[in-house]
Design a protein around this ligand. Structure first.
Ligand SMILES: Nc1nc2c(c(=O)[nH]1)N[C@H]1C(S)=C(S)[C@@H](COP(=O)(O)OP(=O)(O)OC[C@H]3O[C@@H](n4cnc5c(=O)[nH]c(N)nc54)[C@H](O)[C@@H]3O)O[C@H]1N2
Ligand SMILES: Nc1nc2c(c(=O)[nH]1)N[C@H]1C(S)=C(S)[C@@H](COP(=O)(O)OP(=O)(O)OC[C@H]3O[C@@H](n4cnc5c(=O)[nH]c(N)nc54)[C@H](O)[C@@H]3O)O[C@H]1N2
Ligand code: SF4
Ligand SMILES: [Mo]
Length: 665
């Protein structure tokens, strides 16, 4: 029995370091280590039970080739040689007959590491001249706001939250999506810090908050501007700071003052007094930090909402002290260029949007997509407009390859399925989801069955297609080393990775905003009304777009579930899923706890069970993201009801505002 070091590359902001117990060549225990101070020896239940994922019945252990009709899930075992040969042949034929752009790689958040994404894959697909994928299902809207205002200035480290005296948790649910900030919030609360939670649901943190505001989805911008207005009116704006460090302050103030508090209360569904309490607590709190999550970006006002929230610390100048400012994604702390290191080439090509995958597969012409290669993703379950994605996958003239560790619903629609290693079975250089730390991890066990890593498979295809070039880095260890070496300050990073296995950015792990790190906008200032965001938005930045009329009265939100990372690990959960609705909405429809219901709109329907709870505001219903087909009676999940419409800045989709009706099934 040995205990080996590893690190988690899953789509989670915490980037945990792990101690993995291996017994007889099998993983028997996974625990958090203390190498990453944020992990501090604790991890989530998902990865703690990683052995169930590794050795579960859904694991794909050999290459598979389809035998039944498309989507039937009937396969026979095949050798790697046969499976890779079939994929290479499909790619070669597509490229030679229709052009490289008829090949579409499709991936998202399965693994946030450079050896699984951004290197080997890009080298292969760029040399094939394949279509590019805009990987836009997550964080692009929030990223547009953060980039516009601050040029992605890194944020307050989650470990610094203990030092805050006012904490605002806005549109994020850390008990599910990033547990390690919670102990730091608790330490702060014990020391007298106040906690505000802004969420349409009564999350676990909301129950412990001094103030919980539950806005109508998509109205956060109106709420944040109302708070800004009160800060200006109450003399809590720092005029000197605004003058010296910001651009657009006067215009921002004009827009914040344009709406009366009572109107903001009516739009958001929050009492004017509660908004006043927010402003009072925020003005008085020092240090004050806002944890801005992703729940508020996924709607028609997403960019304006995130921008308005992120503007608050500038208005009141909460910066310049430890634990003062904001936290969003910290991806701006690093500047790697894995594509160049891997030898990806610049090419003329077209770009397809992941949020529009259904349309890309069914409507693109000149040329249509003929080969879809899926890895690090489960697009049938995670992309909007699910039925269109399904129709696309079922096209007889589309060749679909899926590389995954488990038989996902997407994989069931493949022509060829390839077994993938998990992060405990391959080497990785992992950054997590906008985390401060960089982890290097080495495989702790041999691959299960015949599974292979992304690096191996992409490299194998590169050879088969005759696309390898002299000087290409093939070995994953050498690739990781070259990526690190190409980073400014790479020598220091390499030493840290070699000696302890974890590295920090130049800014350190807990920088003070506006002291250690500064806006990376062109002007070097905080841009409160940044171009081109302002002119790109239909009503300008901070302009509120009201909800369109709809025959479907309820708003469905689809937050993360603590048992899964989007769909990853959800195969391990049985039973029929529940849609949560408020007692008033349930009573109006004759729905009782546990009733079988039909959730529907013009796009489709989902059949599952109802759970009646006052933990959500009236008019809003919620269903977890990432469900599998087996979790509903119709095989369709929330994404069958979510249109592929883009968010306000066109960067992502509106996962949190589908209009639906719920009726007894
Ligand atoms: N266990 C687990 N952890 C995860 C994930 C997972 O699926 N499971 N996913 C990972 C990924 S990919 C991401 S992007 C992050 C996401 O992390 P979070 O930002 O925490 O994401 P969500 O759970 O989608 O949404 C957070 C909260 O936003 C609320 N919300 C919905 N609409 C609105 C709104 O209009 N306004 C406001 N104020 N709140 C709203 C929801 O009720 C929810 O409680 O988590 C990562 N971590
Ligand atoms: N309704 C709704 N849908 C949503 C969202 C929402 O809020 N609501 N949120 C969106 C968000 S935030 C995100 S990030 C996306 C996530 O979208 P996806 O990335 O499609 O979601 P996952 O379920 O994480 O799927 C990742 C897959 O990658 C596989 N994988 C992991 N590691 C490897 C590897 O090393 N190699 C290979 N080949 N495969 C690997 C996993 O087994 C898993 O099947 O979903 C989006 N979908
Ligand atoms: S999913 Fe997040 S909390 Fe769980 S082990 Fe990975 S990084 Fe840590
Ligand atoms: Mo995400």
């Amino acid at each position: 029995m040995t205990v080996l070091r590893s690190a988690c590359p899953l789509d989670c902001p915490d980037a945990c370091t792990l101690d993995v117990t291996v017994d007889g060549g099998r993983v028997t225990k996974v625990r958090g280590s203390t190498l990453n101070p944020l992990t501090a020896g604790r991890i989530c239940g998902k990865v703690m039970h990683m052995d169930r994922h590794l050795y579960g019945s859904d694991r794909v252990l050999t290459p598979l080739i389809r035998t039944g009709p498309k989507g039937s899930g009937s396969f026979r075992e095949a050798s790697w040689d046969e499976a890779l040969g079939a994929i290479a042949e499909a790619m070669r034929t597509a490229r030679d007959t229709h052009g490289g752009t008829s090949i579409l790689p499709c991936s998202y958040g399965g693994s946030n590491g450079y050896l699984t994404e951004g290197t080997y894959n890009r080298r292969l697909f760029s040399r094939l001249g394949a279509s590019r994928l805009r990987r836009d299902v997550c964080a692009m809207t929030a990223g547009a706001a953060l980039g516009g205002l601050y040029g992605k200035m890194p944020g307050v480290a989650l470990t610094d939250y203990s030092a805050a005296r006012l904490i605002v948790v806005w549109g994020t649910n850390p008990h599910a999506t990033g547990i390690h900030v919670i102990p730091h919030i608790q330490v702060a609360q014990k020391a007298g810090a106040k906690l505000i939670v802004v969420d349409p649901r009564t999350t676990q943190l909301a129950k412990r908050a001094d103030l919980h505001l539950a806005p109508h989805p998509a109205t956060d911008g109106v709420l944040a501007l109302a708070v800004a207005r009160l800060l200006f009116e109450g003399g809590h704006a720092d005029r000197t700071f605004l003058e010296e460090h910001c651009h657009g302050a006067a215009e921002f103030e004009r827009r914040a003052r344009a709406r009366a508090l009572e109107d903001a209360a009516a739009i958001t569904g929050i009492d004017a007094d509660a908004i006043r309490s927010f402003a009072d607590l925020y003005a008085a709190g020092d240090p004050a930090v806002i944890r801005c999550g992703w729940g508020l970006e996924r709607n028609r006002n997403g960019a304006s909402s995130v921008a308005a929230v992120l503007a608050l610390p500038a208005v009141a100048n909460k910066f310049g002290v430890r634990a003062g400012g904001y936290t969003a994604s910290n991806s701006g702390a690093w500047s790697f260029d894995p594509e160049s290191v891997a030898g990806a080439v610049a090419q003329e090509t077209r770009t397809a949007f992941l949020t529009q995958l259904g349309a890309a597969l069914t409507e693109l012409t000149d040329p249509p997509v003929h080969v879809l290669y899926v890895y690090n993703g489960n697009p049938l379950m995670t992309c909007p407009d699910q039925e269109r994605v399904r129709r696309g996958l079922l096209r007889e003239d589309l060749f679909v390859a899926v590389h995954d560790a488990v038989m996902t619903d997407t994989a069931r629609h493949a022509d060829v399925v390839l077994p993938a290693t998990t992060f405990l079975e391959h080497d990785e250089l992992a950054r997590g989801y906008g985390a401060y730390v960089l982890n290097r991890a080495t495989a702790v066990v041999e691959p299960a069955g015949q599974s292979r890593s992304n690096a191996e498979v992409f490299d194998g295809l590169l050879d088969r297609l005759g696309l390898a070039r002299d000087g290409d880095i093939r070995d994953p260890g050498a690739m990781a080393a070259a990526i690190v070496a190409a980073h400014p300050g790479g020598d220091r990073l390499a030493t840290e990775l070699d000696t302890v296995g974890i590295a920090r950015p130049d800014s350190g792990e807990g920088p003070i905003q506006m002291a250690d790190v500064h806006p990376r906008t062109e002007s070097g200032r905080i841009e409160l009304v940044p171009e081109p965001l302002d002119s790109d938005l239909p009503r300008g930045l901070y302009g509120y777009v009201p909800a369109p009329d709809s025959r479907h009265p309820l708003v469905m939100i689809t937050p993360a579930d603590r048992r899964a990372i989007t769909s990853t690990f959800f195969q391990l959960v049985g039973g029929i899923a529940q849609i949560r609705l408020h007692p008033d909405d349930a009573a109006a429809r004759g729905i009782t706890n546990g009733a079988a219901v039909r959730i529907h709109n013009d796009l489709g329907e989902v059949l599952c069970d109802a759970r009646v709870t006052d933990g959500i505001r009236p008019g809003v219903v919620w269903m977890p993201k990432g469900l599998w087909a087996k979790h509903t009676r119709s095989g369709a999940t929330s994404n069958a009801l979510i249109p592929a419409a883009l968010s306000d800045c066109g960067e992502s989709t509106a996962y949190n505002e589908a209009r639906v009706e719920v009726t007894l099934a």
